[in-house]
Design a protein around this ligand. Structure first.
Ligand code: ZN
Length: 180
């Protein structure tokens, strides 16, 4: 199994991006540069339950209670970034991007688990679903980073990450076996 064999996406990224855009439109005093927008997104997405299995993402169609609680988080994150902006730092929008580091971590652990369980053979769609179900249960770790930054942060991970993630992966695999 290699990276190209599956695809994951946190659909909350789409919901949150729209909410941030709407909030920035209503508050012209906020900076809308790519760096500030990415920093706001990271703060919000780290505080919201991820949705790696496809959901409705149009804000107008979502539950109003959910939107209201997300708006509070967006509001707070916008103020936080406004008070402490990083847009004067060295920032190359070509090289820096917003990433949930948990995606890469889960991928590493999933590869290891599936290498040990060579009785299991999943196609790309199934691997995407498995990774999505696992990522829905793993704490998001969004950061504005380049590749080097990402690896540096991997080294700082709490040592509970690997056993916890392996347990989640085995839970998901067991649930799938029960469904068969
Ligand atoms: Zn800015």
């Amino acid at each position: 199994m290699d990276k190209d064999k599956y695809d994951v996406h946190n659909y909350m990224e789409d919901v949150v991006a729209e909410l941030i855009r709407l909030y920035q439109e209503k508050n012209p005093d906020l900076c809308c540069c790519p760096r500030c927008t990415m920093d706001i997104s990271a703060l919000v997405l780290n505080g919201v339950k991820p949705q790696y299995i496809r959901i409705e993402t149009k804000v107008g169609k979502l539950d109003q209670k959910l939107i209201a609680s997300l708006e509070k988080i967006v509001n707070k994150a916008c103020q936080q970034v406004k008070d402490n902006p990083h847009h004067d730092d060295d920032f190359d929008p070509e090289k820096m991007y917003l990433e949930n580091l948990s995606e890469r971590l889960v991928e590493q652990v999933l590869i290891e688990v599936l290498q040990e369980r060579d009785d299991l053979d999943f196609d790309q769609d199934m691997l995407s679903i498995i990774a999505g179900l696992v990522l829905n249960q793993v704490k998001p770790r969004y950061a504005v980073t380049d590749r080097g930054g990402a690896y540096m942060r991997l080294a700082e991970l709490e040592h509970q990450f690997f056993p916890t993630t392996i347990a989640i992966i085995y839970n998901v695999l067991n649930q799938l076996e029960e469904l068969e």
